[in-house]
Design a protein around this ligand. Structure first.
Ligand code: NI
Ligand code: MN
Length: 226
């Protein structure tokens, strides 16, 4: 499996036969390396919550590729009304899709839509694909139940965690999250997109390493082979 980072919280998950996109914030993202029209074949677009830096370009990409939008029920309904294929779930629920398994887990954050719509509860996203297990924590603060999420859905081959502070955990809380989750590899996200979430990726890597765990900073446009 390959993970490609498109900036902010947007990750492309490339399996042997399937391709997924998580939190496709490209238009208006000052660091994004691709545009909505860069995608042709996609199975699903997974969305963690309703904020526009996560919904992003889900609608045009879904329409261009025919991908199914998978998210909480409220976000799925929002996109169904806009003529997209979508599938709604809720926190704690998992489903075996043709491409692999997706489960929504808790995240402590908000989830209002671009025009103040009530778009359900924010989520973290667990994906099982081609025998690999990944956990995209969405936007969240640290919480003790991350340990239970790892116990029930891991061990994770990779875990993407926000480190930008202000709207989510900052570096020190994210390091604590790493100790709870104990994934094989941690990937920082949701930092350095805008000045308000400026963070030092190298500091995160060093602090994770000091705990005996592994982290890697993937540059925007970079690919990681899992
Ligand atoms: Ni958010
Ligand atoms: Mn965000």
């Amino acid at each position: 499996m390959k993970l490609i980072f498109h900036g902010h919280s947007c990750w492309e998950v490339v399996g042997e036969k399937h391709r997924l996109l998580i939190d496709p914030f490209l238009t208006g993202n000052p660091v994004a390396d691709v545009t909505p029209s860069s995608f042709d074949q996609l199975d699903a677009i997974l969305i963690s919550h309703g904020h526009s830096d996560h919904l992003g370009d889900a609608e045009p990409i879904a329409k261009l590729t025919g991908a199914t939008i998978v998210a909480n029920y409220e976000i799925a309904s929002y996109y169904a009304e806009r003529g997209c294929k979508s599938h709604g779930m809720s926190i704690g629920g998992g489903r075996d899709f043709e491409f692999g398994r997706v489960k929504l887990v808790i995240a402590h954050h908000g989830s209002t839509g671009p025009n103040g719509e009530a778009l359900g509860s924010p989520a973290g996203i667990v994906v099982h694909l081609d025998g690999k297990r990944i956990y995209h924590a969405g936007d969240t603060g640290v919480f003790l139940d991350m340990q239970l999420i790892a116990e029930l859905n891991g061990p994770f081959d990779a875990c993407m965690l926000p480190i930008g502070d202000n709207f989510t955990m900052g570096i020190d809380d994210a390091v604590r999250a790493c100790e709870l989750i104990r994934a094989k590899l941690f990937l920082p996200m949701h930092y350095n997109t805008f000045p308000v979430i400026k963070a030092d990726g190298e500091e995160f890597l060093q602090k994770v390493k000091a705990k005996g765990l592994r982290a890697r900073e993937i540059k925007v446009g970079g690919t990681l082979e899992l």
